[in-house]
Structure formats: C-alpha cells, structure tokens
Design a protein around this ligand. Sequence first.
Ligand SMILES: Nc1ncnc2c1ncn2[C@@H]1O[C@H](COP(=O)(O)OP(=O)(O)OP(=O)(O)O)[C@@H](O)[C@H]1O
Ligand SMILES: [Mg+2]
Length: 250
Amino acid sequence: MKTVGAYGHAPLQRKNNVNGENRYKMTNELVVRTERLSKSYVADGIETPAVRGVNLKIRAGEFAALAGPSGSGKSTLLHLIGGLLRPTSGQVWIEQQALGGLTPDQLARLRLRRIGFVFQAYNLIPVLTALENTEFVMELQGVPEGQRRDRALELLSILEIAEYADRFPNKLSGGEQQRVAVARAVAARPALVLADEPTANLDSESGQKLMDLLRRLNHERGVTFLFASHDPRLLNQVERVIELHDGVIG
Ligand SMILES: Nc1ncnc2c1ncn2[C@@H]1O[C@H](COP(=O)(O)OP(=O)(O)OP(=O)(O)O)[C@@H](O)[C@H]1O
Ligand SMILES: [Mg+2]
C-alpha cells in the first residue's frame, strides 16, 4: 500500500497517521482555504459567473454548510473545493496543498486520500452491489479485504441499509442509494467530506438519522464536513452557515 508520504506531502502524511478522538477540534488548522476564487461557465457564447471572488476558510473539525438560493453557486463552490472543477481564477488549498499546482494525477490522489464526496448524482457504480460500492474507495486505498468488509457493513448497518448490502444500485430507492453514497464517502476516513444536498431525497426521519451519524463522525473522528444545502432541517444542525448570493459570500 502506498503511503501519502510517497506523494510528497509531508503535512498530509502526518495527519494521515492520526486516529485519536477529536484531535482536530483542538487545532486551528485549516482544512480548506480559498482566495479570490472565481468560476464562470461559458455556454453558447454566454458567460455565467457562478462563483465570484470567494475567500473562505474551513478549520479542521468544522461542521459547516453553504446555503443560499438555487443558482447561487453552492454546488460550483463545492466542486471547486473538491478539485473537480478548475477555477477561472483564484486558488484553493486543501490542508496546505494548493490544488492549482497539482497535476491531474496528483489531484486524483489527494482526493482519494483526503476527501469524501457525496454529490447530487450519487455516482454509485452500477455493476457493484451496495456493499461493494461502500468498499470501493477503501479498496483503492489498499485497506485489507476483511477490514474493508467489516467497516462497510458497520456503516451500512448504522445507516439501516445493511439488509440491502447485496443489492445493485438500480434496485435501491433514491434515498437508499444516497445512504450508500454517504457510507462510501465516510468509510475511507477522509479528513474532509463535501456533501451536496445529502438530505434532499430523504424523509425527515431518515434525514435526521443521517445527520446524527455525520455529526457523530464529526465529533468522534474529527471529520470536517462542508455541506451545500437549502434544507432547513440540515441548516438547523450545522455549527456554521455560510450564505452565498449570486456567487458571493455574505
Ligand atoms: N455546467 C454549467 N454550464 C453553465 N452554467 C452552469 C453550469 N453549472 C451551473 N451553471 C450556472 O451557474 C450558477 C450556479 O450554479 P450552481 O449549480 O453552483 O448553483 P446551486 O447554488 O448549487 O443551485 P441549486 O440549489 O439549484 O443546486 C447558476 O446560474 C447555474 O445556472
Ligand atoms: Mg446545487
């Protein structure tokens, strides 16, 4: 198994060794920093500025959400922070690494090691069962099979979908698929989880259970969460709400 050190990121290697409880809460280390971050889409010759000059800091251990009306730039900002979109201008740092300086390969490795994604299109792999999907990122990380399976089953059972472990995604409801996507994102023990509307397809009871689980991971394991949502049930439970309007914070 490769170590993070092999990628040449000393600060990441140090943090990757941490498995203590709530260590992150005690630090002021930044997991995310953006500086004058902007993204414009160009479609049919028309330029749409989606994110405009965003300066944002997310400290280790935060449980925070981007809020704002539809079209305000929440998903775009989340994708920029996750290195899934390249900015038009400005910079993103994850821990101390500037994403703009990385090759696509280095960026992919940083994402694999440090970031969990739960996005609106769940991106489950159709030919893998719920259990195999949950194990997928851990497998890429080189987590041994037995350990991987135990951790995946534990998470699926916390999320109350263990009985569907052997089902393929097209035999699961939207909410069930969403829970598998959450299990997959957190199973790999990332430092940062980016979740776009994670409660959107859940009824209030399932949504509450999911938020309780994520809160527990935040408290007990120090996983930093950044959500994008306009769901008041989610926004009521985060520690910090960052409002976006027309691509601008504030
Ligand atoms: N691929 C794209 N091409 C062109 N314009 C886009 C693209 N994706 C988003 N936009 C535009 O960028 C702006 C921000 O979109 P974004 O998806 O980030 O908003 P959002 O806050 O996540 O909205 P929602 O709450 O509806 O998910 C919108 O005006 C949108 O129409
Ligand atoms: Mg969105």
